[in-house]
Design a protein around this ligand. Structure first.
Ligand code: FAD
Length: 296
């Protein structure tokens, strides 16, 4: 990639942040502290995940509804087709619309049992593309969908997976957010393939800053993402040293986003895991600051 340009060579990028709905009162407080801290950076939107198998329907809804009520943020609710009929999914979407939510991240989802295979509900949407089309019939949502730089594990081939991404966009989605990845090349090659396939909608890189390597690695592998050997090496020896680990995680993620930025990427989606500090620090390097302290 050659030498990286200085951070101030670029306009600050647009950012969005992903959170998950909390299970306990303590986690709820952690989530809201994270939302408040990152709200100051005025992200384009913040998204709230939907548990595997649709297991967090009520908690996702409550979190999103509270974001609408209590913040100036634009929320995006994740919604999946797992274990629900079309009518039930449509009802959830209608409730979102009625409480002021205008952006849905539409996903097929995975079954709640680890490693289980997705079986559509007999009266359900069978894929994210069908869900997107269904949501468009419910109301005029802005819709984001998932994209896979390393190919979705169930896809017949890389080109079949790209065809599927195109189907989701043709059905009415206007943005794709990628699965997490750790090598800039992985994303940039995927973007080239999207462009070569005529996909011109934004394909926003999903970045997961790592504050705790062992669980992050397990999670990444379970998503089908490659964890490169150099990453193991970089975190090696930090197991008992959380401060160093977090600093290493910030540097690794900052290097990744700076490389992407140098290659023309001006929008990033951060998987925060409800921990704001690394995302906040990386945003700071990229020139995204609270209004009162904008660079220059
Ligand atoms: P789809 O786009 O439907 O694709 C699923 C698979 O089927 C792919 O292999 C695709 O190529 C194939 N396929 C689809 N249609 C066809 C067809 N007509 N012909 C041939 N092949 C086809 N999961 C959750 O449970 N909750 C979340 O909140 C959540 N958020 C996510 C956010 C992002 C940004 C990402 C990247 C993933 C997220 N996931 C979430 C995970 C996601 O649900 C899984 O990866 C799931 O296995 C696939 O979902 P999808 O929307 O990509 O499905």
């Amino acid at each position: 990639f050659g030498a990286l340009p200085k951070p101030d060579a670029f306009a600050p990028p647009r950012l969005s942040f992903e959170f998950f709905p909390p299970r306990t009162e303590a986690l709820e407080q952690q989530l809201w502290a994270s939302i408040r801290r990152l709200e100051a950076l005025r992200p384009s939107f913040v998204s709230v995940t939907y548990g595997a198998g649709g297991s967090t329907q009520a908690r996702t809804h409550d979190t999103v509804a509270r974001i609408v009520r209590e913040t100036a943020l634009v929320p995006a609710a994740h919604l999946t087709c797992v274990g629900a009929s079309r009518g039930e999914v449509d009802d959830v979407a209608r409730r979102y619309w009625d409480c002021g939510v205008r952006h849905i991240v539409a996903l097929r989802g995975d079954p709640a049992e680890k490693g289980g295979r997705f079986e559509p509900h007999p009266d359900g949407y069978r894929s994210a593309a069908e869900l997107v089309a269904g949501l468009k019939r419910v109301a005029g949502f802005e819709i984001s969908v998932a994209a896979y730089p390393e190919v979705h594990p169930e896809a017949a081939s890389p080109s079949a997976d790209l065809d599927n991404l195109r189907r989701k966009l043709d059905a009415g989605a206007t943005r794709a957010i990628t699965q997490l990845f750790f090598d800039a090349d992985t994303y940039l090659r995927f973007l080239d393939r999207c462009l070569a396939a005529g996909i011109t909608a934004p394909v926003v890189p999903g970045i997961m800053p790592i504050s705790n390597f062992a669980p992050a690695k397990r999670f990444a592998l379970s998503c089908g993402a490659t964890v490169p050997g150099w990453l193991d090496g970089v975190f090696e020896g930090t197991e008992q040293d959380p401060d160093t680990r977090r600093m290493v995680g910030a540097v690794v993620a900052a290097e990744l986003v700076r490389l992407l930025q140098a290659n023309g990427v001006d929008e990033f989606h951060f998987y925060t895991l409800n921990k704001p500090d690394l995302s906040y620090a990386i945003a700071h390097i990229l020139g995204v600051r609270p209004e009162a302290s904008a660079p220059g």
